[in-house]
Ligand binder design. Structure first.
Ligand code: NAD
Ligand code: MN
Length: 519
């Protein structure tokens, strides 16, 4: 390995202080590229989770964050962004070490983009939370305003594929709106979120209890967060299966909930697509981060007129991708996050063969470099002759497996694109931008890129149709999911006369009312 970090140890971050778990349990984390230990983290218990929730609840009541004005919250979030910026290199290496994303991606994308997104949430915090409503035709003059207020304590649960970015997407808008937070990173990849908490803590940027970070199992910490009566809102990114369970539990207690779940995004290539752009684009869509992205373009829909030429160019290019140490700047494809994930992906490759798809490149094994022997590497794999009804085309694989599906007419391509339980993202590739936009409108997904893929920006909303989730993150309304709306009506007349609605119950016995009662 070109980069080697000494083993760091992290506790639980509760109420502005670090502590071991109540039963002293820890977990060792391993580098997915070589199996070497990289850190030891605490495993929180239910009692630790309760303590973090109590700290968050207390801080919310005190108002030391929930009651400060938006401009001050914006100032603090910008200061956090500045601090993270000073540590971009360290955070990038840590993200690579912990999750196996290539350092090319963590240093160009994950960390700097996360910081940019935090700056955007800071901007949103600054926007005044009150909006005066247009004149409302109440009989007497009144002023009416709409306020946005923080919901309270947010339990936030995130997956392992984009550990830093997901942490920012959760704590950024929640804190910008004035909530207190208990964040649970994925068990496999907590290191950049812990390092972020450490930096924020050392700089004393947030009042104690406003941000708490708990490492531990989903079945312990996660379960407690979703059922605890003092959690007002649950925000979750992860699998559709766990998301469904969270919605059920949260629904029983009427907690607010947002869910960002899985995907099986189509990449729809039209017959007039520019192949120089589209072949590389399809590789970017499918194999970025070894396919471990919820919005990955995993179903490549090719018109029969282009199919053979496209596949040949695609496979030639994919076979040249460099698989290796993710710390190495020349590496294109790093390892999967864990041995379990590698096993899951290999099961799907076997399934694809059993279902009758044709393996064009990649597949199981075939990595001979002894340096990589203990890493969780899977070669980028392309299947052709895939039918959309096959399980490899319907189920989320979350690995470097691309399914190529041939179509004859564009109406058929749109049907195939929509024939999935998911609806997170899609892309359409064509020189005809008008037609591409018409097709984009007909695909039921939360984001559709035209001649691109994966370009997620804090200034645009992100989230899923159908089984891909509930609600949206990012975009100009990103704080809505973290605020309650309050209407305040203020009477401006200060008179008893003319309040005929009060007369319905407590009439003034004047002449007009007497006339009315004689009718
Ligand atoms: P997962 O759903 O198993 O875990 C996600 C998080 O939930 C982890 O922090 C985990 O500890 C926690 N968790 C697990 N069981 C829980 C429970 N019963 N109660 C509360 N929390 C629980 O998913 P994963 O394996 O970490 O990540 C891979 C999956 O996440 C993929 O299948 C993909 O579909 C999905 N994903 C979606 C998005 C998105 O933006 N839509 C992003 C990344 C990943
Ligand atoms: Mn402290």
């Amino acid at each position: 390995m070109t980069q080697r970090a000494s083993i760091s140890t992290y506790g639980l971050y509760i109420n502005g202080a670090w502590s071991p778990s109540s039963d002293a349990a820890t977990e060792t984390l391993y580098n997915p590229a070589n199996g070497e230990p990289v850190a030891i983290v605490a495993r929180a218990t239910q009692a630790d989770t309760d303590r973090a929730i109590a700290a968050a609840r207390h801080s919310f009541h005190l108002g030391s964050w929930s009651n400060v004005d938006g401009a001050e919250r914006a100032r603090v979030l910008s200061a956090i962004a500045d601090l993270l910026e000073e540590h971009v290199d360290q955070l990038s290496v840590l993200e690579t070490l912990n999750g196996g994303a290539t350092v090319r991606k963590t240093s160009l994308l994950d960390i700097p983009v996360g910081i940019d997104h935090l700056r955007y949430f800071a901007e949103l915090a600054r926007e005044h939370p009150r909006k005066n409503l247009p004149y409302i035709d109440f009989p007497l003059p009144s002023a009416n305003a709409m306020w946005r207020e923080p919901i309270g304590v947010c339990g936030q649960i995130i997956p392992w594929n984009y550990p830093f970015l997901m942490a920012i997407w959760k704590i950024g808008p929640a804190l910008a709106a004035g909530n207190s937070v208990v964040l649970k990173p994925a068990s496999l990849t907590p290191l950049t979120a812990l390092r972020m908490a450490e930096l924020i803590d050392e700089a004393g940027l947030l009042p104690p209890g406003v941000l708490n970070v708990l490492t531990g199992a989903g079945s312990v910490v996660g379960e407690r967060l979703i059922e605890h009566p003092d959690i007002d809102k649950v925000a979750f990114t992860g699998s559709t299966e766990v998301g469904r369970h969270i919605a059920e539990v949260a629904g029983r207690n009427l907690k607010r909930v947002t869910l960002e779940l899985g995907g099986k995004s189509p990449v729809v290539v039209l017959p007039d697509a520019d192949l120089d752009i589209t072949v590389d684009g399809a590789i970017w869509a499918a194999f970025m981060h070894s396919g471990q992205s919820c919005e990955a373009g995993t179903r490549l829909l090719l018109p029969s007129s282009l199919h053979d030429e496209f596949v040949e160019r695609l496979v030639n290019r994919v076979e040249q991708l460099v698989i290796g140490d993710p710390h190495d700047l020349t590496t294109d494809i790093g390892p999967l996050v864990s041995a379990a994930q590698k096993r899951t992906v290999e099961e799907y490759i076997k399934l694809g063969l059993a279902e009758g798809a044709t393996l064009r490149c990649g597949g199981i094994g075939g990595i001979d470099d002894p340096e990589l022997a203990n890493g969780h590497f899977v070669r980028p794999t392309v299947f052709t002759d895939v039918k959309n009804s096959m399980r490899i085309a319907q189920e989320e694989i979350f690995g470097p497996v691309l399914c190529v599906i041939k179509y004859e007419h564009i109406s058929e391509a749109i049907n195939i694109a929509n024939d999935t339980s998911y609806g997170l993202a899609a892309s359409v590739w064509s020189r005809d931008l008008i037609e591409a936009q018409e097709i984009a409108r007909r695909i039921r997904a939360g984001t559709v890129w035209i001649n691109d893929h994966h370009l997620i920006n804090a200034r645009a909303p992100f989230g899923g149709y159908k089984d891909s989730g509930i609600g949206r993150e990012l975009g100009p309304n990103a704080l809505d999911a973290y605020t309650e709306v309050k209407h305040i009506h203020t009477d401006l007349s200060q008179k008893r006369e003319g309040r005929i609605w009060v007369d319905i119950v407590a009439p003034q016995l004047d002449e007009s009312f007497a006339e009315f009662s004689n009718m």
